[in-house]
Design a protein. Structure first.
Length: 263
C-alpha cells in the first residue's frame, strides 16, 4: 500500500481496500484493464504487486501468487482496525482462523483470516492507500457477504472490528429483514445476507465476501469480459439497476453494477 491521508483508525471497522492475488499478473492486468478500464503501476512491495488506478487514484491491488501455492484465486476485502494483533486475537477467540500475519509493511500491518463460516477477509492497521472518502467514491460500489446466518456473522464481525461500539468513526450495523446493513455515517458500506451453503456447487452462494464494482454500462462490460476470456455467471436488470456477476480467466468472481451504492 502507499501513503494516503486517512488512517485505519479514522474509519474503524469499515471496508478500506480490495485486492486480488492471481496466478498470472500480466494476464490479470490485461483483463481488468480491458473490462474495467484500469491502469496499473508498481509499488514498493516489488514487481509482484501492482496498484490499479482510475484517474491516477488507487482503487485496488493485484498481486502474483507464488507458483507453489495451490489456493483459490479470489478478491479479498480488507477492513480497517486500529490494532492488528488485537483483531487477530479476537478472530481466533471467536472460532475464526488466521491464515497469514499480521505482517508488517512500510505503512502498516495486515493479516488474512476467515470467519466461522469460512468467508475470507483481511484486516489492515495503518495508512490507507488514498483518502478514504475518495476511494469509496471510486470503488468498490459496495461489498456483500453471503453467509449461513447474517445475524451471527454480524456479531462475529462486530466483535472483531468494533462495530456499534460508540468509538469515533466506527461503523453501525442495522437489521433489515433477513439482512444486516453496515453503515458508515449515512452511507451503506456492505450488506450481510443469510442462506449461503458451504457445499453449494454454485460459487455465488457459498459463504464469502463479494465485491461489486461500479460501471457505466453493464452490458458493454459483460461483452468486454467475454472477449477477454471471462465468463458471465448471472445477469440481472431492473429499472433501478443492472448488474452481472463475472468470473475472470483465473477464476476470481466479482460483480459489476450501475448502482453507485445500495439503497
Amino acid at each position: 500500500m502507499v501513503s494516503g491521508e486517512t488512517s485505519s483508525s479514522d474509519v474503524l471497522g469499515a471496508p478500506c481496500w480490495v485486492s486480488l492475488m492471481t496466478r498470472d499478473l500480466k494476464s490479470a492486468q490485461d483483463f481488468y484493464g480491458a473490462v474495467l478500464g484500469w491502469r496499473f503501476r508498481r509499488t514498493r512491495l516489488g514487481d509482484d504487486f501492482t496498484l490499479a488506478l482510475v484517474d491516477d487514484a488507487p482503487v485496488a491491488g493485484i498481486g502474483a501468487l507464488a507458483p507453489s501455492l495451490q489456493v483459490a484465486v479470489a478478491w479479498t476485502s480488507y477492513f480497517a482496525v486500529d490494532d492488528a494483533d488485537r483483531a487477530v486475537s479476537r478472530i481466533r477467540e471467536r472460532s475464526g482462523t488466521v491464515a497469514v500475519g499480521p505482517l508488517t509493511f512500510p505503512v502498516g500491518r495486515g493479516a488474512l483470516a476467515a470467519d466461522r463460516d469460512g468467508a475470507t477477509f483481511g484486516i489492515w492497521e495503518g495508512r490507507l492507500p488514498v483518502d478514504w472518502p475518495i476511494w469509496r467514491r471510486r470503488t468498490p460500489a459496495w461489498l456483500h457477504l453471503r453467509t449461513r446466518d447474517a445475524l451471527d456473522a454480524a456479531i462475529f464481525y462486530g466483535e472483531v472490528l468494533d462495530w456499534a461500539t460508540g468509538r469515533p468513526g466506527c461503523c453501525e450495523p442495522d437489521y433489515e429483514g433477513e439482512e444486516v446493513v453496515l453503515y458508515g455515517g449515512s452511507q451503506v458500506l456492505a450488506r450481510l445476507s443469510s442462506g449461503a451453503v458451504g457445499a453449494a456447487p454454485d460459487p455465488r452462494i457459498r459463504p464469502g465476501w463479494h465485491v461489486h464494482f461500479p460501471v457505466a454500462d453493464v452490458a458493454a462490460t459483460v461483452r468486454a469480459a467475454r472477449e477477454h476470456g471471462g465468463v458471465a455467471l448471472h445477469e440481472h436488470c431492473t429499472k433501478e439497476k443492472s448488474e452481472a456477476t463475472l468470473r475472470d480467466p483465473d477464476g476470481a468472481l466479482f460483480t459489476v453494477t450501475t448502482r453507485s451504492f445500495p439503497s
